[in-house]
Ligand binder design. Structure first.
Ligand code: KG4
Ligand code: ZN
Length: 350
């Protein structure tokens, strides 16, 4: 049984958590503190990197102290200190990683520098003890990828977005519709009262051979409707519903195709991770697809799908158990593909 402190500062959440357990999980979340910065970024309609980094500096110490107090453990009772080391907004990542290094030096505990995407990927083991291997759909504000996860640090990427991430498409569409930030939950709420069949938006790459995603054509189609039309409330709801239907269809159909491709390798588990996994219409579509293809679907609870410290603590715990600790010279990385064998692919976001 290990107890790990996890620190997350790669985007706009300042988060720290304490998790206890052993692989393959489930683990016990002793504390999970998330301080959002929504109010600071809202006037700009998106996350401003400099504002994010400054906000992390201001609140991180307090967030960590709160997590340790909530968990009822001292630094001396912690087995390791994990922090997101990338990919993400470099200023924020540096704040969290440097703080983790300082705590590691002060306490004499090992540092685990983590890939943020691996933390999202392993969340389903923290919450449900999902065994390897599994197919992962990772859908967040910065990422949209299909991966096969065979073990800790063993990922093979099947496909990624060639332009916008899924969450980014929700955020940009919400901005076009004047629905505010963050866009995902706002679009989902607006779509509830809308007619998803009113606009037939494109489904980019749907019939393409590979597993890549593209959302920029969908976003442009929404922009044309918004610029041409008279956007009364009903129209906003209909555009939101029609956009969501298109985005969800693309995500579900690509995932269905990936399930069929990996089934021959004996993989029968599908895991969804990242903030967009909170979308009910997406999880319902994926549940249907998984059922149809005999896959077992795991969607972690919403609070653990969006950025948080518990996923970082858990991934750190799994690495620590395997002796995969990091040197104090580990640097923050703005880009860091999970599947490093495929690093540097032209146009691929990571
Ligand atoms: O994983 P996350 O917290 O941060 C990143 O690592 O990017 O994901 C945030 C993203 C945002 O783009 C947000 O709009 C989206 O997840 N999101 C949603 C929903 N809730 C959050 N997208 C669609 N539907 C939702 N209900
Ligand atoms: Zn994330």
């Amino acid at each position: 049984m290990l107890t790990v402190l996890g620190i997350e500062t790669s985007c706009d959440e300042t988060a720290a958590a304490v998790v206890r357990g052993r692989a393959p999980g489930p683990g016990e979340i002793l504390a999970n503190v998330v301080a959002g910065q929504m109010a600071e970024h809202r006037p700009y309609g998106g996350v401003v990197p400099e504002i994010a980094a400054r906000a992390h500096v201001e609140v991180l110490d307090g967030v960590i102290a709160r997590a340790l107090a909530d968990a009822g453990v001292s630094l001396g009772e912690i087995d390791g200190i994990a922090a997101t080391a990338g990919p993400g907004l470099i200023g924020g990542v540096a704040v969290g990683l440097t703080t983790a290094k300082a705590l590691a030096i002060a306490s004499g505990k090992p540092l685990i520098a983590l890939n943020h995407l691996e933390a999202h990927a392993l969340t389903a083991r923290l919450t449900a003890g999902v065994a390897f291997p599994f197919l992962l759909l990772l859908v967040s504000g910065g990422h949209c990828q299909l991966l096969v996860c065979e073990g800790v640090g063993a990922f093979t990427r099947l496909g990624t977005t060639i332009d916008d991430a899924a969450g980014e498409a929700f955020d940009k569409t919400a901005k076009l519709l004047g629905l505010g930030f963050p866009g995902g939950p706002a679009i989902e709420a607006a779509a509830r009262g809308g007619n998803a069949k009113r606009y037939r938006f494109p489904r980019p790459l749907l019939d393409d051979d590979g597993f890549d995603f593209s959302f920029s054509g969908l976003k442009s189609a929404v922009r044309r409707v918004v610029e041409d039309g008279d956007m009364q409330d009903a129209a906003v709801r209909d555009v939101a519903a029609s956009f969501q239907a298109a985005a969800v269809e693309v995500l579900v159909e690509r995932t269905r195709k990936a399930m069929r491709a990996v089934a021959s390798r004996g993989i029968k588990r599908l895991v969804v991770a990242g903030g967009v996994a909170a979308n009910k219409s997406l999880s319902a579509g994926l549940a249907d697809a998984a059922r149809g293809d005999g896959f077992e679907l795991t969607v972690p609870p919403v609070a653990l799908c969006t950025d948080n410290g518990a996923m970082v603590a858990w991934a750190g715990l799994e690495r620590l158990e395997l002796g995969m600790v990091s040197g104090l010279d580990f640097g923050a990385r703005a880009r860091w593909p999970l599947d490093s064998a495929r690093a540097g692919i032209a146009g691929a976001k990571s």
